[in-house]
Design a binder for this molecule. Structure first.
Ligand SMILES: C[S@@+](CC[C@H](N)C(=O)[O-])C[C@H]1O[C@@H](n2cnc3c(N)ncnc32)[C@H](O)[C@@H]1O
Length: 423
């Protein structure tokens, strides 16, 4: 009941050959793909049993590639030289959001590492070495293309996990989708119309690529953003305060590059996580100290103390360490103010790059559309986070401990009075 056809703006797709209606939920499968055609981890193992050369390849180079999510979230942590940009054409735009370009670079670097690893490990295998080396038959560009094919066409099967399924991979995405797939008892993959779905002749049959995927992940893996996609989460870099004399020590003890993560909560308000922000808001006069510990073997270690208790191992967990303190609300207010600043800066950066790309006529329409959808999704999450933060700031400003603290800060200090008298 389905055929392959060109679908406007989406490449090929599956369309209904006749009106399809599943009101009574007894419509037969639209597609059945035999298990021999499915490329899954089990399928690969089975093939390695049959083919000695492939077994060798899998033993030396298999299971090594990180099948993780796109590297977007890690992009700030992995920032570095854009050494690979020349391999792909340099993108003609600044990227949908400021953290997209480093994410693409980090991804390209990871792919280069993977490719080099495969090339190195296969050198000892004459058959594969010959294949990779003949006139540079297989190059890094092939590996990048292969990764793109895999990321944009693989499906998560309920039993077999991440797999490539021919024919089913012609199905485009929509939410809500009209169809869904399953694995049956014979390990075939079958495509069914959803109960109650109604697809007219020549209309597209679609599946859902995962409504839990963020807009960034959709764009990174599939090259488009569904209009119902939301940002889900945003990770932004956090920088120490310029005038903090303890900044270096704090960063050293903290370890990883500090970030602010804003997470969307489907029905509730977004929340944020930024453990370094709480640490950066504490000072010597609050009771945060650093000491160098000398071991008997002569080695030296930097340790961090809060109210004279060693909390070196708690650097990522400072908020709970300071929670019981009389001035906790003051510390929290400082942290909220810092996070508000980071969010505001990002909103301004988005607005500025919006203006920049608005005038970029070299963009193809679908890239332009994806960029503005991505920005809109990020802006929406940031704006909602901003409101939550503003509300918390105002509540904190009204707590007794904060008003009392601010009153002492604003009152003329004894020193000032003495100086005044003297003057
Ligand atoms: C699994 S393939 C689907 C078949 C694909 N259209 C083809 O021509 O082979 C996934 C790719 O289809 C395109 N695609 C799928 N759904 C789309 C949508 N709703 N809007 C735009 N492009 C879509 C994207 O390029 C995506 O990377």
């Amino acid at each position: 009941g389905v055929d392959v056809a060109d679908v406007d703006g989406r490449g090929l797709g599956l369309v209904a050959e006749k009106d399809l209606n599943n009101e009574s939920n007894n419509l037969p499968a639209l597609l059945t793909i035999p298990k021999e055609l499915i490329l899954s981890a089990t399928g690969i193992e089975a093939y390695a049993k049959e083919n000695k050369d492939f077994r060798q390849l899998l033993d030396v180079a298999g299971h090594q590639v990180a099948h993780s999510k796109p590297l977007l979230v890690d992009s700030w942590v992995n920032r570095g030289q854009h050494s690979l940009d020349s391999i792909l054409q340099a993108p003609p735009f600044a990227g949908p959001s400021p953290d997209f370009v480093p994410a693409v670079s980090a991804k390209l670097r990871a792919l280069e590492r993977e490719f080099n690893h495969i090339r190195d490990t296969t050198r000892e295998l004459p058959r594969w070495n010959a294949l990779l080396e003949i006139d540079e038959a297989v190059t890094l560009s092939d590996w990048i293309l292969l990764d793109a094919l895999y990321r944009s066409r693989s499906l998560a099967l309920p039993k077999s996990g991440e797999s490539m399924v021919p024919c089913l991979d012609l199905c485009n995405h929509s939410t809500p989708a009209t169809a869904f797939f399953e694995e049956n008892a014979e390990d075939e993959v079958v495509l069914f119309l959803h109960k109650g779905a109604n697809v007219l002749k020549q209309d597209e049959v679609t599946i859902d690529y995962g409504h839990d995927k963020s807009a960034a992940e959709m764009l990174f893996s599939y090259g488009f953003i569904d209009s119902t996609s939301t940002a889900k989460s945003i990770v932004l870099p956090v920088e120490s305060m310029d005038d903090d004399p303890l900044a270096k020590a704090k960063l050293y003890i903290f370890g990883p590059a500090p970030t602010l993560k804003i997470i969307d909560n489907d029905n509730e308000a977004p929340y944020w996580d930024a453990p370094f922000v709480h640490l950066m808001c504490l000072n010597d006069e609050d009771g945060l100290h650093f000491k160098v510990l000398r071991e008997t073997d002569g080695s030296q270690h930097l340790r961090m103390f809060w109210q004279d208790i060693d909390i070196t191992g708690e650097a990522g967990n400072i908020e709970s360490v300071i929670k019981g303190h009389d001035l906790y609300h003051v510390f929290r207010l400082r942290a909220v103010a810092v996070v508000l600043g980071v969010v505001q800066q990002q909103l301004e950066a988005l607005a500025a790059s919006d203006e920049e790309n608005g005038s970029n006529e070299s963009l193809s329409p679908h890239i332009g559309r994806a960029i503005s959808q991505f920005r809109a999704a990020e802006k929406n999450l940031l704006e909602r986070a901003f409101q939550i933060l503003e509300r918390e700031k105002n509540q904190l400003l009204e707590t007794d401990s904060v008003t009392a603290y601010l009153a002492t800060m604003n009152a003329p200090q004894q020193n000032d009075i003495d100086n005044e008298d003297f003057a």
